[in-house]
Design a binder for this molecule. Structure first.
Ligand code: NAD
Ligand code: UD1
Length: 338
């Protein structure tokens, strides 16, 4: 298939682009580089062993989006582009609604004008709101912050569009906690500023960019009192996209929802200790207050994706830490060193 990957220069998009190429697909990237750097493209091309066409523009620009669809005949779209920082979404809700919903409108309008019928959409476990433990796809969706609402709303918008045009096939992929990096250590997660998320923060402590990890609360109702999450290696997540795309070519369902997670929970301290094993020494941490808005426990029930996609996670938490550490060591300042 010839696939348009929106946000293909970002963290999950870049790993997925590579696996799509390896699976024999043709890939075209569109990204405005608002949260990624052009340096990733050269590295992706080196790994893919081929040139990758990239269009650097904002998907909110409907004319440019239309022109792209008019000049390339796409078979499918994988839509990663979006803003994703929960705290920032509380500060700048309008930016989040405008960018996340607007990019989806622009893409889906162009798809419909040009007869492109398959879309894989990046959703999140955040759509389960405060009810994320052992979540199955039929659980009601709601959100606790503007970022989460953009995902709930985009899912609903796509469902409504699919009712109006039954020829369309949409996959809503609800990711749990993506971490890790490509085994080469040349592409990985590159947060700007102070990382919000646990794994990149630990990696920056390990490489000496941060003094210590702040553990946000150790009084949750969990085995060691710290928050439990379902970490998924970004390479397993990327493989889930390739599987979902292939499933869309044969399914009768207009909208398919799949959780992408391992089904296993790991606490903050368990992840820290796994990272210490990868690094070979202890890492400094301090227990501080809970982070407002955090849930105690989040993990997927991935049975539907396992069954319907023939997909499951294959990489352990130790693999995730080893691969993150390789990426962090080789690129202490992310793509800024490139
Ligand atoms: P990322 O920020 O690394 O990648 C997103 C890419 O989209 C960036 O390269 C950015 O420049 C681009 N982009 C944003 N708005 C755009 C626009 N209007 N036009 C063109 N390009 C635009 O994020 P990621 O971690 O790779 O996440 C990808 C998707 O998965 C996002 O939709 C995110 O909400 C979702 N998701 C991520 C996580 C996670 O923990 N990383 C978890 C659940 C869901
Ligand atoms: C965050 C987002 C969520 C998003 C998910 C994607 C928030 C409130 N939620 O969730 O919407 O879908 O990322 O990956 O931002 N922790 C620490 N110290 C740190 C950082 C985190 O102790 O410096 C703890 C957290 O309290 C949590 C766990 O580590 O228990 C994981 O945190 P994080 O990586 O931010 O992910 P989520 O909270 O699951």
């Amino acid at each position: 298939m010839k696939i348009l990957v929106s946000g293909g220069a970002g963290y999950i998009g870049s790993h997925t682009v590579l696996q799509l190429v390896q699976a024999g697909h043709d890939v075209v990237i569109v990204d405005n580089f608002s949260n990624s750097q052009p340096a990733v493209i050269g590295r992706l091309e080196a790994l893919a062993g081929r040139h990758l066409p990239v269009h650097a523009f904002d998907l909110l620009d409907e004319d440019k989006t239309e022109h792209l669809f008019a000049t390339e005949g796409f078979d499918a779209v994988i839509h990663f582009a979006g803003l994703k920082a929960v705290g920032e979404s509380v500060e700048k809700p309008l930016d989040y609604y405008e960018n996340n919903l607007g990019s989806t409108f622009s893409l889906v309008r162009a798809m419909r004008r040009h007869g492109v019928d398959k879309l894989v959409f990046s959703s999140s476990a955040t759509v389960y709101g405060t009810d994320q433990a052992g979540a199955t796809e039929d659980r009601p969706t709601f959100a606790t912050n503007p970022y989460g609402w953009t995902k709930v709303m985009q899912e609903q918008i796509l469902r409504d569009i699919a009712v109006a045009d039954p020829t369309l096939r949409f996959a809503l992929l609800r990711y749990f906690n993506p971490v890790g990096a490509h085994a080469s250590g040349t592409i990985g997660e590159n947060p700007s500023g102070i990382p919000n998320n646990l794994m990149p923060f630990i990696a920056q402590v390990a490489v000496g960019r941060r003094e210590r990890l702040n553990v946000f609360g150790d009084d949750y109702d969990t085995p060691d009192g710290t928050g439990v999450r379902d970490y998924i290696h970004v390479e397993d997540l990327a493989a889930g996209h390739v599987a979902a795309l292939e499933a869309l070519t044969s399914t009768e369902e207009p909208v398919s929802v799949w959780n992408l997670g391992s089904g296993r929970g790991t606490s903050v301290l368990e992840l820290l200790h796994a990272f210490e094993r990868a690094v070979g020494h202890e890492l400094p941490y301090e227990v501080v207050a809970r982070r407002p808005g955090d849930v105690a426990v989040s993990y997927a029930d991935p049975a539907k994706a396992n069954r319907e996609l023939g997909w499951q996670t294959t990489r352990s938490v130790d693999d995730m830490c080893a691969d993150t550490w390789r990426w962090q060591q080789q690129n202490p300042n992310g793509y800024d060193d490139a």
